[in-house]
Design a binder for this molecule. Structure first.
Ligand code: FES
Ligand SMILES: [Fe+2]
Length: 381
């Protein structure tokens, strides 16, 4: 692994400039962005900590006291629905001796958040309620849990670790898809031995599909139509081959369609990568999300989640197996490739290669990342 002391900033900045040129001349990202601990630390500090993080979905919080935790970098975020019905986000750290308050990924609290160490109790709004054998009257606010900015958009809960709320996340226009109506029906979690950006890049192209995903290639054409490249996201639609309803093992579906857009343009699947780490696959009858979280420069967690309309989830005999089996297979095919790339970019022989024209979304992601990293390196120096 490249170490901090060996990182050549000048060479890195030059290499990043080669990614920022138009696609026909551009070269892919240099090895250091996948391997250097210093780059990961900068990403944590200046990309993930300052950006909106998609930590949960609104429907993860059906009742007062419903909570979700999310670990990212050296932080753990606790999101909870308070007694007034509002969503609140906090650092999941006790204000007494710093114990982690909640260790479960999700669940249901009663009326308070209790620290298991010395039994300090906080309201669901974060205020300190009581501390055994201590007079904390009047200190409910000053010893409250550290609150974090939170917004909801398109059914997702976004939290910021640092700074003011500022502008909301820059999502594509998803209103026509009605994503906030959807219900989560299954989650698939993976640990992938690669840098988080390799997962994003892999998601952004289907150049590899004919050889690697015969099951996907049978159902969907390689060529995409249209392309959006915005500061906050990129993406575009792909088309199902004639005779297929959706992406699943069978390619057939009797699930309710998500919205009028897909009814008027049947056979389209809309893929988006919302920077830095939220991937949306809007299929005719379901939404599949991937959220990638760095654990180290060469290890990532990927949370994959399937959403359908309530009438689909509630239908007698509802079975998501046809879709889940398809995506679990496709995901695992992709993770094997991502791990191969990590092995390659970590070895001496790696030289950034050119982009295939169909890798325009990969180039869009890489270019935005390279632009961000160049200015972050300037700011840090
Ligand atoms: S560390 Fe939480 S009550 Fe002491
Ligand atoms: Fe793939």
């Amino acid at each position: 692994m490249t170490t901090t002391s060996r990182l050549d900033i000048d060479a890195l900045v030059t290499a990043l400039a080669n990614t920022c040129t138009p696609l026909p001349q551009a070269r892919m990202l240099p090895a250091a962005v996948y391997t250097a601990d210093e780059i990961l630390a900068l990403e944590y500090r200046a990309l993930f900590a300052r950006g909106w993080l998609p930590v949960a979905c609104v429907e993860d919080f059906p009742a007062k006291g419903s909570f979700v935790t999310c670990e990212i970098a050296n932080a753990c975020i606790l999101v909870v629905r308070d007694t007034a019905g509002a969503l609140q986000a906090f650092h999941n750290v006790c204000r007494h001796r710093g114990a982690r308050l909640v260790t479960e990924a999700r669940g249901q609290l009663r009326s308070a958040i209790a620290c298991p160490y010395h039994a300090w109790r906080y309201g669901l709004d974060g205020r300190l309620l009581s501390a055994p054998q201590m007079d904390v009257a009047g200190q409910g606010e000053t010893l409250a849990l550290a609150g974090l900015p939170l917004v909801t958009q398109a059914g997702f809960v976004f939290v910021k670790l640092e700074g003011e709320a500022g502008a909301p996340p820059a999502l594509p226009d998803l209103s026509r898809h009605g994503l906030e109506r959807l219900r989560s029906v299954r989650k698939l979690d993976y640990t992938v031995e690669c840098n988080w950006k390799i997962v994003c890049q892999n998601y952004s192209e289907c150049y590899h599909c004919p050889g690697v995903h015969p099951q996907l290639h049978r159902l969907s054409d390689l060529s995409g139509e249209g392309f959006e490249d915005e500061p906050g996201y990129n993406g575009g639609p792909m088309r199902l081959r004639p005779g297929f309803d959706t992406l699943s093992v069978s390619g057939r579906s009797d699930w309710a369609r998500l919205g009028p857009d897909t009814a008027s343009a049947p056979g389209l699947i809309h893929y988006y990568l919302v920077y830095p780490n939220l991937m949306l696959g809007i299929h005719p009858d379901y939404l599949l999300t991937h959220r990638v979280w760095p654990h180290s420069s060469a290890r990532s967690r990927v949370d994959c989640e399937l959403f359908v309309l309530p009438q689909t989830a509630d239908a007698r005999g509802f079975d998501a197996g046809d879709v889940l089996d398809f995506w679990d297979l496709t995901n695992r095919q992709d993770w094997a490739l991502c791990e191969r790339v990590q092995a390659g970019v970590s070895s001496l022989g790696y030289r950034p290669g050119p982009y295939h024209p169909s890798e325009r979304c990969v180039h869009a992601f890489d270019r935005r990342y390279a632009q961000w990293l160049r200015s972050a390196l300037r700011e840090a120096s």
